[in-house]
Design a protein around this ligand. Structure first.
Ligand SMILES: Cc1cc2nc3c(=O)[nH]c(=O)nc-3n(C[C@H](O)[C@H](O)[C@H](O)COP(=O)(O)OP(=O)(O)OC[C@H]3O[C@@H](n4cnc5c(N)ncnc54)[C@H](O)[C@@H]3O)c2cc1C
Length: 378
């Protein structure tokens, strides 16, 4: 046996799982096909939004609060600042499922917040051009995470605690063996008691039976120059998500002092093979970003000064797949985070280590069962 657990893919959730396992004293080996902290996949672009009042569903709130606690612990252990609290604005019309869930999360869990009607919102955050009837909800426990540094911090901490890491090592396949699982990589066969598959957009390529359930979407982000950058500093311009009709738009304040990040939640194309992701920004990508910035953030110049392309795996209901996928419970899948998985990665790492060590977790994960679509198809 090479170790108790093998973790395949050390991106967002794999890195946090390796860290959590190592903290619990579980021997673990991680495999990553690229370098640690690379930006060729779902993580990258300097920031990811953290928020707790959760438009995607109230059931996530305890996971967000646990993830927050763990982000702070990772900062303490690594000495790196990873989460910058700026507050988070949820912008839209009341009555949409997203805003309803935000308000219900606040009520159910007593989250610290402010509701701003249109007049108050315009006065306090004039950088956003509001459409008729739109309001803002300020979630106090929200801000920007540093994705590359977070992944590197977790992997380095895991290594300090005894984990072995094989970077630039693509796992070719796994094979169940009587007592656990064999992992084939680097022309070698490794033997583990259990494995975690956290291969992000490559999950469908690695586990073809999950390909129909995880569509890989190409996603672009832009960084814009401001007419007055002081208006976009973190004390005046919180991270935000807005749903204005069909448009779903999000962004952060300037973290490095000269550019403001903004992006659209839209489908820039489904990718059949993640190895072939087109990372070049195309004229259509620019046009979408320009239009959105012109419409919603008139104090930014609409031509991005920088733009980059990433990808993420999306399930049909946009909730991830988290749990064992074999009868023996030797193989744990963490995949399909559907454009909103970064903030919860520390908590997901904890859930994965609970599932491995105890076969269960105290967190609500029924809605994330990897088998739920099998049931639908049956
Ligand atoms: C543009 C964009 C903006 C986003 N904004 C936010 C946000 O603001 N807030 C938020 O919470 N979430 C956000 N998300 C979503 C979040 O970033 C993703 O859901 C999350 O990063 C997915 O994590 P993952 O571990 O599944 O995938 P990844 O981080 O991509 O990790 C998968 C890893 O597995 C490796 N791998 C794959 N196959 C193999 C193999 N065979 N052998 C070895 N290694 C392998 C890959 O190289 C990669 O490192 C955003 C996503 C995108 C793309």
């Amino acid at each position: 046996m090479d170790a108790e657990v093998g973790v395949i893919g050390l991106g967002t959730v794999g890195s946090m799982t390796l860290w959590q396992l190592s903290r619990q004293g579980v021997s673990a080996v991680g495999f990553e096909q690229f370098g640690i902290g690379h930006d060729y996949s779902a993580a990258g672009g300097e920031s990811r939004i953290f928020r707790t009042a959760y438009g995607e569903g109230l059931e996530y709130v305890p996971l967000m609060l646990e993830s927050y606690r763990l982000w702070r612990e990772l900062e303490e252990e690594s000495g790196n600042k990873l989460l910058h609290l700026t507050g988070g604005l949820m912008i839209g019309n009341t009555g949409t499922p997203f805003m309803d869930n935000v308000l219900k999360s606040i009520e159910r869990f007593g989250l610290d917040h402010e509701v701003l009607d249109q007049e108050q919102a315009k006065k306090r955050f004039p950088q956003h051009h509001l459409l008729q009837g739109e309001i803002m909800v300020l979630d106090t426990l929200a801000g920007g995470l540093r994705p590359e540094l977070a992944v590197v911090s977790a992997v380095k901490q895991a290594e300090k605690l005894g984990a072995a890491v094989h970077s630039h090592s693509r796992v070719e396949r796994i094979e169940p063996s009587g007592t656990g699982v064999k992992v084939i990589a680097n022309g070698k066969t490794y033997q583990f008691g259990k494995v975690v598959i956290s291969t992000g957009p490559w999950t469908g390529a690695f586990l073809p039976e999950y390909k129909p359930q995880i569509a890989v979407k190409r996603l672009a982000m832009g960084w814009f120059a401001a007419k007055d950058i002081r208006k976009f500093q973190s004390d005046r311009f919180p991270v935000y998500i807005r749903e204005s009709g069909e448009d779903k738009f999000y962004g952060t304040p300037t973290f490095e002092g000269s550019m403001v990040k903004a992006a659209f939640y839209i489908n820039y194309g489904i990718i059949d093979n993640p190895d072939g992701l087109n990372r070049t920004i195309m004229p259509d990508d620019i046009q979408l970003l320009r239009n959105a910035v012109q419409k919603y953030l008139p104090d930014l110049y609409p031509d991005p000064v920088r733009a980059s392309v990433y990808m993420d795996g999306f399930t049909p209901d946009e909730h991830a797949l988290v749990g064992a996928i074999d009868d023996e419970k030797h193989i744990i899948l963490l995949g399909g985070f559907s454009g909103h998985g970064f903030k919860m990665a520390t908590g997901i790492g904890k859930i994965a280590s609970d599932l491995i060590m105890e076969g269960k977790t105290s967190f609500e994960v029924d809605h994330l069962s990897p088998k739920r679509f099998h049931k639908m198809n049956a």
